[in-house]
Design a protein around this ligand. Structure first.
Ligand SMILES: [Mn+2]
Length: 296
């Protein structure tokens, strides 16, 4: 399969570390695209979830590897931490394997528009109707997603396609709609005031492109419910790409073969010659680590 080329790609809210991350879908998406710029717009790794319960299957590693591989092959990768991975904000300005960490950034489109790129949780305090947001970052949202999983397990048994309970509620609950609109308005007002021609954000898991005279608001969506990305095509068009949801169990096994073809040094070669002095260093049982146990 040949890869689709884009000028720029924005993904956010992948929530690696959460059981609800659609890792097969994001892997497949990253495998099948090429881009000059890749922006990871926050909540890439869900540190909140990892602290509660350690969950890190190989599939999550593959997502990280695909990002690093793109950086290695020349894609300019910028990682903007969100609220679920806010500890990375401390490293703003640093480069990790070609991945630049920044709190916010600016993307210039092919036609010269300047877009402010940010996760968007910065506006949690500003938005008045923040009930839904309180839900989004809380245990209640986890229960909602859990209920979503059960509903869809049953639907799959019945041969029905995926259906998002969370999206359904967001559309139906008046508070949620009011919240979403206030959130969008707050970001638009701020970016306009700062003379940007548009804003790209994530955070509320609502993929959308809204055009106003002289301004564009883009929300990349997420990889928990929607499996969406924002792209700038080679011609400079901004579009939302909806990737088909793939259940990890059904995803083809050979899907990750391409990652294993890398001529990376084997771990034994890489670490063999490094002299280590473990004096004063707290060590842990390697067996526990190998079993994917939660690090202390
Ligand atoms: Mn967020």
């Amino acid at each position: 399969m040949s890869k689709t080329s884009y000028r720029a790609v924005w993904i956010s809210d992948t929530h690696l570390g959460s059981r609800d991350c659609q890792s097969a879908a994001i892997n497949s998406f990253l495998k099948n695209i090429k881009c000059e710029y890749l922006y990871i717009v926050g909540d890439f790794i869900d540190i909140w979830q990892l602290k509660r319960k350690w969950h890190w299957p190989q599939d999550f590693n593959n997502v990280v590897q695909r990002v690093l591989k793109k950086a290695k092959k020349g894609t300019r990768v910028v990682y903007i931490p969100g609220n679920h991975d806010e500890s990375f904000r401390e490293y703003a300005g640093l480069d990790f394997g070609g991945v630049r960490i920044q709190k916010q950034t600016v993307h210039e489109t092919l036609d010269g528009r300047k877009l402010l790129v940010m996760h968007g949780d910065e506006f949690d305090a500003v938005v008045q109707y923040n009930k839904w947001l309180a839900v989004l970052g809380s245990a209640a949202y986890d229960y909602l997603i859990y209920a979503n999983r059960i509903v869809n397990f049953l639907r799959r048994r019945l041969g029905l396609p995926y259906w998002s309970l969370a999206n359904y509620l967001k559309r139906k609950v008046k508070n949620a709609i009011t919240y979403i609109h206030s959130y969008e308005d707050a970001l638009i007002a701020d970016a306009r005031k700062r003379q940007f021609n548009g804003v790209v954000c994530g955070h509320i898991h609502q993929p959308v492109i809204k055009e106003q005279p002289g301004f564009i608001y883009c929300n990349t969506g997420d990889w928990v419910e929607n499996c969406t990305a924002l792209v700038e095509t080679a011609e400079g068009q901004l579009e939302i790409v909806r990737w088909p949801l793939m259940h990890a169990k059904d995803a083809p096994r050979e899907d990750d073969q391409d990652l294993e073809e890398e001529d990376e040094p084997q771990p034994s070669e890489r670490f063999a010659e490094i002299p280590v002095n473990l004096a004063g260093v707290e060590t842990f049982e390697p067996a526990g680590f190998m079993n994917n146990a939660r690090p202390r």
